[in-house]
Design a protein around this ligand. Structure first.
Ligand code: UT7
Length: 340
């Protein structure tokens, strides 16, 4: 079967970051915190906050339109749209359906995928399999979040960490030897309470009490998540390298989930990977959950850090608990335009 499989890879990418910047100094006016603590403990200097009139599907559509343009594909070409998000416009209809309608993607199926901050990587692996089997030609994968709408702005443990943004990729067939080489998806549900948004659904339906107790916002045990994160960022990376028959030295670039600069640095150290091979933009966006990896990939490409044939690993973790990684040999689809 494997011999008949196609190679799937990224054939277009686009991002959208809201214009409004919230700095650490701004946060000093809102909660008992300071710029020095935030920079030293997290690496974050500022984050973007969505405009009042916008929601996650709006960010998702803007990123998607740019990704389609980059791919030279039309919305009618899409077979499937997956929105990876933990902050959908509403529980249903799915944000992906709102995006499908807005883009005019008439022949596409659409669904949301929620796996904490690992959602984008989960969605990418699903897209990979639909392309690899030849079942679909183009799958749009979007990581989009309005985290500012689901965090408690009175809780300094969480509100300084998150930001809003979106990144989209068009997944399609790429030439043999390129594209997604391997993936690793895992869950450890026993750690669920470490990051949770407890109220508003069947366990604790919304009530005056849940709102008064602020249970409709993100609650997190940062210290425990930190320890877990360092371990699984490394583990995910090693697993996908091994599965792709690559040695550590073959890894050209790591795109980690951007949750905390100290987590990324600790994982890089365990992997014996110099920081020049690790992308970080958490200083400017904070943790945009499902959007961090496509936002980071976009900026790494724009900065010329990734070239045709480079071996990349994207590795992440998040609520669930979940973690996962994807290894990919970068295909520079933009060179096709230069030739054609
Ligand atoms: O995408 C996945 C989602 N989440 C994560 O990846 C988060 C992972 N965890 C982390 O990034 C870190 O654990 C945090 C940044 C959340 C916290 O850093 P830490 O070094 O683990 O600090 P801590 O939780 O051990 O807290 C140290 C102190 C505490 O004071 P006491 O109890 O020692 O007096 C906190 O109350 O820092 C205090 N603190 C703050 N101080 C100023 C916590 N938040 C703040 C704040 N400003 N914003």
């Amino acid at each position: 079967m494997k011999g008949m499989m196609k190679q799937a890879g990224i054939r277009g990418i686009g991002v959208f970051a809201p214009e409004r910047v919230l700095t650490n100094r701004d946060l000093e006016q809102m909660v008992d915190t300071d710029d020095e603590w935030i920079v030293n403990r997290t690496g974050i200097r500022e984050r973007r906050i969505v405009a009042d009139e916008m929601a996650t599907s709006d960010l998702a559509c803007l990123a998607a339109e740019r990704a389609l343009a980059d791919a030279g594909a039309a919305s009618e070409d899409l077979d499937l749209i997956i929105v990876a998000t933990n902050s959908p416009d509403m529980l249903f209809p799915a944000t992906a359906c709102l995006v499908q309608d807005r883009l005019g993607a008439r022949k596409a199926g659409a669904f949301d995928l929620q796996a904490g901050c690992t959602s984008f990587l989960y969605a990418l692996t699903i897209a990979n399999n639909f392309i690899a089997t030849g079942y679909y030609k183009y799958v749009l994968v979007i990581g989009a979040e309005c985290m500012s709408r689901i965090i408690n702005w009175q809780d300094r443990n969480t509100c300084v960490l998150f930001g809003d943004g979106a990144g989209a990729v068009v997944v399609g067939e790429v030439p043999a030897g390129y594209g997604i080489l391997s993936y690793h998806l895992r869950s450890e549900g026993s750690g669920g309470p470490l990051i949770a948004l407890p109220a508003g659904m069947s366990r604790l339906p919304a009530s005056f009490e849940t709102v008064a107790k602020r249970l409709h916002y993100v609650h997190m045990n940062g210290r425990e998540v930190f320890k877990f994160a360092v371990k699984v960022l490394e583990e995910g990376c090693l697993k996908v390298l091994a599965e792709a028959n690559l040695a550590r030295e073959d890894l050209d670039y790591l795109i980690p989930h951007q949750a905390n600069a100290r987590i990324i640095e600790a994982a890089a150290k365990r992997l014996r990977l110099p920081m020049e091979k690790v992308f970080m933009n958490i200083d400017r966006y904070g943790n945009t959950s499902s959007a961090t990896i496509p936002l980071a990939l976009f900026e790494a490409l724009a900065g010329g850090n990734i070239r045709d044939g480079d071996n990349l690993v994207m590795s992440g973790f998040g609520a669930g608990l979940t973690w996962g990684a994807v290894a990919m040999r970068w295909y520079d689809y933009r060179k096709e335009k230069e030739v054609g």
